[in-house]
Design a protein around this ligand. Structure first.
Ligand code: ATP
Length: 254
């Protein structure tokens, strides 16, 4: 079982410390919600973990392996999977082709050469098929991604993440910009991932009703610092979070 950990993780932009000495670990089988006010450093923390930003100080490790100096592609190979709000999709390819490419990337990662990838074409298709079934998109497999509604594109993005079989799933406001019909589909996919119990899931989320339903644990960032960490009921109920960090949203979710 691989544990994701950050040790004293810090980044400075000029004089501003956006993430300040965050030490935290995330266990498989747990969905941790990361909350905090706007500008608290949540997305920056994600960027430091996935490698989009390089830390000024501190370390990111997965299963004891230090990833701090690895580029994002190596971190993905090591098992960190992040949903990138559609930037990972190939819009001019079909749904099936997108999933198949993601499955192929995984097989290449596990050491198969090009010839065996080709000879295992049928296995590839079966795996892609299973993923499409699991996200209920089999009926759209031949549609061009560019023609899909926004909600389906976001769903496909989660499907591509699943195809990569990461140990860690990172979602940054996965239902942002979605309508009332689209959001439940994404939340259902995250629920299914969670039911697997072997995955580490990190979720940056402002919507407290979503956090309350999905999170096993909540950590709170404020001014780049980790200020609370614990089970959802305790963290949400704590006066410091209610009054200073979550404000009206927390009360609405209560
Ligand atoms: N590349 C950058 N250069 C300079 N400052 C940055 C950069 N990225 C983030 N910041 C600053 O770091 C702080 C944390 O930003 P971040 O986007 O991580 O907050 P957040 O908690 O995700 O906010 P929100 O909930 O609004 O998305 C902010 O003050 C932001 O302006």
């Amino acid at each position: 079982m691989s544990l994701l950990a950050t040790e004293n993780l810090t980044i400075r932009f000029g004089g501003h410390v956006a993430v300040n000495g965050v030490t935290c670990s995330f266990e498989p089988g747990t969905l941790t919600a990361i909350v905090g006010p706007n500008g608290a450093g949540k997305t920056t923390y994600f960027n430091l973990i996935s490698g989009q930003l390089k830390a000024s100080a501190g370390r990111v490790t997965l299963g004891g392996r230090d990833l701090s100096n690895e580029p994002p592609s190596q971190r993905t190979r090591a098992g960190l999977g992040r949903a990138f709000q559609l930037t990972n999709l190939f819009p001019r390819l079909s749904v099936l082709e997108n999933v198949r490419l993601a499955v192929q990337a995984t097989q290449a990662r596990t050491g198969l050469n090009l010839w065996s990838v080709w000879s295992d074409h049928r296995d590839l298709l079966q795996r892609a098929d299973a993923i499409l079934q699991s996200v209920a998109m089999k009926d759209k497999e031949h549609e061009l991604v560019a023609n899909l509604p926004h909600g389906d594109q976001r769903k496909l993005e989660v499907a591509l993440l699943m195809a990569l079989e990461p140990q860690v799933y990172m979602f940054d406001e996965p239902t942002a910009g979605m309508n009332h019909a689209e959001a439940p589909v994404i939340l259902d996919l995250i629920r299914k991932l969670k039911a697997d119990r072997s995955k580490t899931i990190l979720l940056v989320e402002h919507k407290m009703d979503v956090v309350r339903e999905l999170a096993d644990r909540i950590i709170v960032l404020h001014n780049g610092t980790l200020v609370a960490d614990g089970d959802p009921a305790t963290v949400i109920a704590s006066p410091i979070v209610q009054e200073a960090y979550l404000g009206v949203s927390a009360k609405e979710g209560a």
